[in-house]
Design a binder for this molecule. Structure first.
Ligand SMILES: C=C(O[C@@H]1C=C(C(=O)O)C=C[C@H]1O)C(=O)O
Length: 248
C-alpha cells in the first residue's frame, strides 16, 4: 500500500504493552496509530475509518470481512480484575444493571453469563459518562478498563467476568484482538506482529512510565491479563461468538 495503514487501539492501561513498540517508533513510516475506548475504535473499524483495530471481539458479526492478525490479544485465564459487575447487594438481589457504554465484549459476556450461568434477569440499562456514581442500592453496574480499578474500592460485591466465564466453560476468554477489515500484505502483518510483541520484553519500563496507584500493574500484565492468542483462547473465543448469536 502506498499510504500509511490506519490503526486504532484501546486507550486503557491494558494496551500499553501491545503498543509499546509502535510508540517507540516501530513502523512509524507505515502505521498511523490512534487510541480511544473500545466501543469507539470498534465503530471506526466497522465504518472503515481505520484498517486495523484492537477491537472487542463481540463486534465481529458487524464486519463484512475480518482477519485476526498477530499472536496477541487482551484475554484472561482467570480473574481479569478490570471487567467486573459491581454491586452493593448480592447477585440475587440485583434489580437493575447499568451497562458500560465503553464496552462491547464485556456487555455481551455479561448477557451470556446472566442467561446461562447466574440465571438472573435484572433490567439492563444503557449508560452515559459518569454512570458509575449510580451504582448503588440494588442497581449494579458493569465497569471495564482503568475505571474498574477505582470502582473496586467502592462496592461491596465484585463479580469478575473472567472468573465466571472460566467457571462456566473451563476456557479462557478473549476480550479484544487485533483485527483487520481488509486483506493486508503478509510482510506488513509479520512486522506488525513483531512490533506488537516488543512491549513484553519491557514491562518494568512500561510500568515505570505509567505510575498507577490503584492496582499493581505487574500483576495485571502478567497474572490477570493473558496476552497470548493460543489455541485454548481461540476455542473460548469461538464459543463466545456462538453464545452471542443467541442474544443479537
Ligand atoms: C480486560 C479488558 O478488556 C477490554 C474489554 C473490551 C470490551 O468489553 O469491549 C474491549 C477491549 C478490552 O480493552 C478491559 O478493558 O478491562
Amino acid at each position: 500500500m502506498d499510504r500509511k495503514i490506519r490503526v486504532a487501539a484501546v486507550s486503557y492501561l491494558n494496551t500499553k504493552p501491545l503498543i509499546y513498540g509502535f510508540e517507540k517508533g516501530g513502523m512509524v513510516d507505515s502505521v498511523e496509530l490512534v487510541t480511544d475506548y473500545p466501543a469507539k475504535i470498534a465503530s471506526m473499524l466497522v465504518n472503515n475509518e481505520v484498517d486495523i483495530s484492537l477491537v472487542p471481539v463481540a463486534i465481529i458479526p458487524f464486519l463484512n470481512e475480518y482477519h485476526i492478525i498477530t499472536d496477541y490479544c487482551i484475554g484472561t485465564q482467570q480473574n481479569v480484575a478490570s471487567v467486573c459487575l459491581f454491586s452493593d447487594v448480592p447477585l440475587e438481589a440485583i434489580s437493575h444493571i447499568l451497562l458500560d457504554y465503553q464496552s462491547r465484549s464485556s456487555v455481551g459476556l455479561l448477557k451470556v453469563l446472566l442467561n446461562n450461568y447466574w440465571k438472573i434477569s435484572p433490567e439492563l440499562i444503557e449508560s452515559k459518562t459518569g454512570y458509575e456514581a449510580n451504582i448503588k442500592g440494588t442497581t449494579a453496574g458493569l465497569v471495564i478498563g482503568d475505571r474498574a480499578f477505582i470502582q473496586r474500592k467502592k462496592n461491596k460485591y465484585i463479580y469478575d467476568l473472567g472468573t465466571a466465564w472460566k467457571a462456566m466453560t473451563g476456557l479462557p476468554f478473549v476480550f479484544a484482538a487485533w483485527i483487520a477489515n481488509k486483506q493486508l500484505p503478509q510482510a506488513f502483518i509479520e512486522k506488525f506482529n513483531e512490533v506488537t510483541g516488543e512491549g513484553f520484553q519491557h514491562l518494568a519500563e512500561i510500568i515505570a512510565q505509567n505510575p498507577y496507584e490503584h492496582y499493581d500493574l505487574m500483576e495485571y500484565y502478567t497474572v490477570n491479563i493473558d496476552y497470548k492468542l493460543d489455541d485454548e483462547k481461540r476455542k473460548g473465543f469461538k464459543m463466545f461468538l456462538n453464545y452471542l448469536k443467541e442474544i443479537i
